[in-house]
Design a protein around this ligand. Structure first.
Ligand SMILES: [Fe+2]
Length: 214
């Protein structure tokens, strides 16, 4: 069960009401490291190969997801996905281009699904040599769960544009797979289209338990 085009989740970008408070939360509670700082944006990394896992943007009073960034298996996949967005009912925001203003670089495109969720797909972004795992520190992202008021339609959109497959379906969730993780995206069956949660891969079970406690 794997997507011909997507190898996994690279990062998630969030709008936060208070960037200073958010930095404190994600660095002290979640033990992420500051990778880059820009104007009104902060990039945070774990110990794995991804240049960053979270991009926090100064936003308004309500925290919101800005975009979910997936990594393509190869450059050609960006163009395949670009061709498929409109046919599946999505809207292209930016066509494939070099991401010169992104600290992780590479090339990418951005699009909305029919309900306005923003996805970015990148290829050729910076990969670091992974640091040894550190207790209580995230390694990488494993999945993002997106609420949806229209689970069947969202599932079909992810299948048609990104090649995801349905891994499991429960009464409250549709788990979507693109590679070796059981699910990289999941759809929380809900009355809204907000972000439900993101999950980090931790180095060991004790780190998971301490993270839950924190
Ligand atoms: Fe989860």
């Amino acid at each position: 069960m794997s997507s011909p085009w997507i190898e996994g989740l690279r990062s998630v970008a969030l709008y936060v009401p208070d960037l200073v408070k958010a930095e404190d939360f994600y660095t002290r509670t979640w033990r992420l490291d500051v990778a880059h700082r820009g104007e009104n944006v902060l990039y945070l990394r774990g110990t794995g190969q991804d240049e960053y896992l979270l991009a926090l943007h100064q936003g308004g009073e309500v925290p919101q997801v800005r975009q979910v960034t997936l990594r393509a298996r190869h450059r050609e996949a960006l163009h395949v996905i670009q061709e498929r967005v409109a046919a599946a009912g999505g809207t292209l925001i930016t066509a494939v281009h070099e991401l010169t203003r992104d600290p992780a670089g590479g090339a990418g495109l951005k699009f909305k699904d029919p309900d306005g969720r923003v996805f970015q797909v990148v290829h050729g972004d910076v990969r670091r040599s992974a640091a040894p795992p550190v207790k209580d520190k995230p390694i990488r992202l494993t999945h993002a769960v997106l609420n949806t008021h229209a689970v069947d339609e969202t599932q079909v959109f992810l299948q048609e544009t990104l090649g995801f497959r349905l891994a499991d379906r429960t009464g409250i969730m549709a788990f979507m797979n693109c590679d070796r993780d059981h699910h990289t995206l999941a759809l929380g069956i809900s009355d809204n289209d907000a972000l439900n949660h993101i999950a980090f891969l931790m180095p060991d079970a004790d780190s998971v338990m301490r993270g839950a406690d924190a």
